[in-house]
Design a protein around this ligand. Structure first.
Ligand code: CA2
Length: 145
C-alpha cells in the first residue's frame, strides 16, 4: 500500500489564486494538489489535501494524520503565528512535518517572523510561491519514498 502525505492548509487559503495575486500568485489549491500529486507519483506517494478556516478542524486533521499519513506538509497560514494548539497537535505526530509559506514571511510584517509551528517542523519553505509545496513534496519523497 502506498504511503500518503497529508497537505493541510489554514485560514483564508481557500482564496488562493482568487485574491491578492501580487502576494500569493494566481495558482489555486487545485494547482497545488495537481503538482504535488505528480511529484508524489515519482516517489510512490499519494496525496490528500485539505483546507479549513477553523483552528480546531486543523487540529482534528493532524490527529487523523497520526493514523493515516506518513508525513504532513502544512501551511498553517495565520495560525502559524498564533496557535499553540496546532503546535501541540503536530508534536503528537511521529512522521516528518514540513512547514510551507507561499510568501517570504521574513520580508513582511514583524508578527509574521515568529512561527510556533517551526518549533516542530523538520523543514521550512518560505517565498517559493506554490512551488514550495512541490519542493516540500520532493523532500518527503527523499525521506519516505
Ligand atoms: O505566505 C503564506 O503562505 C502565509 O502562510 C499565508 C497566510 C499568512 O497569514 C502567513 O503569514 C503567511 C495568509 C493566507 C491568506 O491566504 C490568502 C490567499 C489568497 C488571497 C487572500 C488570502
Amino acid at each position: 500500500m502506498s504511503k500518503t502525505i497529508h497537505i493541510l492548509n489554514g485560514p483564508n487559503l481557500n482564496l488562493l489564486g482568487k485574491r491578492q495575486p501580487e502576494i500569493y500568485g494566481s495558482d489555486t489549491l487545485d494547482d497545488v494538489l495537481r503538482t504535488c500529486s505528480a511529484v508524489g507519483a515519482e516517489f510512490g506517494l499519494s496525496v490528500v489535501q485539505r483546507q479549513s478556516n477553523w483552528e480546531g478542524q486543523i487540529v482534528d486533521w493532524i490527529h487523523e494524520a497520526r493514523e493515516q499519513a506518513a508525513g504532513i506538509i502544512i501551511n498553517p497560514a495565520a495560525l502559524t503565528h498564533t496557535s499553540v494548539a496546532v503546535l501541540d497537535a503536530l508534536n503528537t505526530f511521529e512522521g516528518p512535518v514540513i512547514e510551507v509559506h507561499i510568501s517570504q514571511v521574513h520580508k513582511r510584517e514583524a508578527f509574521r517572523h515568529h512561527s510556533y509551528v517551526s518549533l516542530r517542523a523538520d523543514a521550512v519553505m518560505a517565498g517559493f510561491g506554490i512551488h514550495g509545496y512541490a519542493l516540500a513534496m520532493r523532500h518527503m519523497g527523499k525521506l519516505l519514498g
